[in-house]
Design a protein around this ligand. Structure first.
Ligand code: NAD
Length: 295
């Protein structure tokens, strides 16, 4: 029987509704959560993402600011902007959209963001908190969205074999730190595979929960999936498609059709992990506002 779909659109919608209720509740205490996004240059994919973030904030009743800076912005100018946001009491969380133009060191920029406003969870303080299981830090939005999807789809993770394909700092590594903790929607035995992993299939075939974030279209095929596994596809890749009006379509890192025949639950692309990222960003921002109000 083909796998049941884990509907990221529906789960993200319910999270955004919970966020909106939290925003109302905080508003009664005079706290108005504010998110800022800094966009340097004109990357078209970033433009879409930033626009969607702004819209989602508005819908949730949050204060949202987009700061556009030209592609010729220097690192010093960007750092000045970061410092202004660090000091702005109306902004509880902000992020600098990646990728940055050449000549700007992303690590220096990330380290300049106050950890308590780093709602992307990329600052080393938050990375460390995630690793030690300190829940008052911020966890990157995509892996925390995946964990939320596992929980809300009723997937039992405790003691399960969780195999993650990909070791990036934004998805694979924080995902590993989340799944290995002794807590709810975690407590799994975690394996992280990457570009130097030999015999990838031997690892993926062991997975009760298979999370793929490799950036390679349809790399994980059905024969690599254990019967009954839960498959989470983080990948978003554009592939040419002459039948589509745009000339391309989006596919994941998992070959959906063949994997669906083996898995018990699977996320589609689009409509799976993608919508979760913004929902988790809003959730992080509301928590940043709440934490700042209680300091
Ligand atoms: P990345 O390129 O930084 O990392 C890819 C990782 O995959 C690397 O660690 C690499 O070692 C591993 N890898 C590559 N080929 C492999 C192979 N053959 N076998 C095993 N491991 C291999 O990518 P990323 O930023 O982690 O993103 C991964 C995918 O997730 C991309 O498709 C990206 O578009 C997507 N993504 C989606 C969201 C979302 O909101 N849903 C957010 C971030 C990234």
């Amino acid at each position: 029987m083909p796998a049941e779909l884990i509907d990221g659109v529906a789960i993200a919608k319910s999270i955004r509704a919970e966020v909106a209720a939290d925003v109302q509740r905080l508003g009664k205490r005079g706290v108005h959560p504010g998110l800022a996004v800094v966009l340097v240059g004109e990357d078209p994919a970033s433009e879409v993402y930033v626009r969607n973030k702004g819209r989602a904030c508005e819908e949730a009743g949050m204060h949202s600011v987009t700061i556009r800076m030209p592609a010729a912005t220097t690192q010093a100018e960007l750092l000045e902007q970061v410092h202004r946001l660090n000091d702005d009491p109306a902004i509880h969380g902000f992020l600098v959209q990646m990728p940055l133009p050449k000549g700007i060191d992303a690590d220096v920029v990330i380290r300049a963001i106050k950890p308590e406003k780093d709602v992307d969870g990329f600052h080393p303080v938050n990375v460390g908190k995630n690793l030690i299981g300190d829940r008052d830090g911020f966890v990157p939005c995509t892996p925390s969205g995946v964990q939320e999807m596992l929980g809300r789809s009723g997937t039992d993770t405790r003691g399960k074999e969780c195999v993650i394909v990909g070791r990036s700092n934004i998805v694979g590594k924080p995902m590993m730190a989340l799944m290995v903790q002794n807590g709810p929607n975690a407590n799994a035995t975690v394996t992280v595979c990457h570009s130097a992993t030999r015999k990838l299939k031997e690892h993926t075939l062991r997975a009760d929960i298979l999370i793929v974030a490799a950036g390679k279209p349809r790399m994980v095929t059905g024969d690599m999936v254990k019967e009954g596994a839960v498959v989470i596809d983080v990948g978003i890749n554009r592939v040419a498609d002459a039948s589509a009006k745009s000339g391309y379509r989006l596919v994941g890192d998992v070959d959906f059709e063949s994997a669906r025949e083996r898995a018990s639950r699977i996320t589609p692309v689009p409509g799976g992990v993608g919508p979760m990222t913004i929902a988790m960003l809003l959730k992080n921002t509301v928590r940043a506002a709440e934490q700042s109000a209680s300091r």
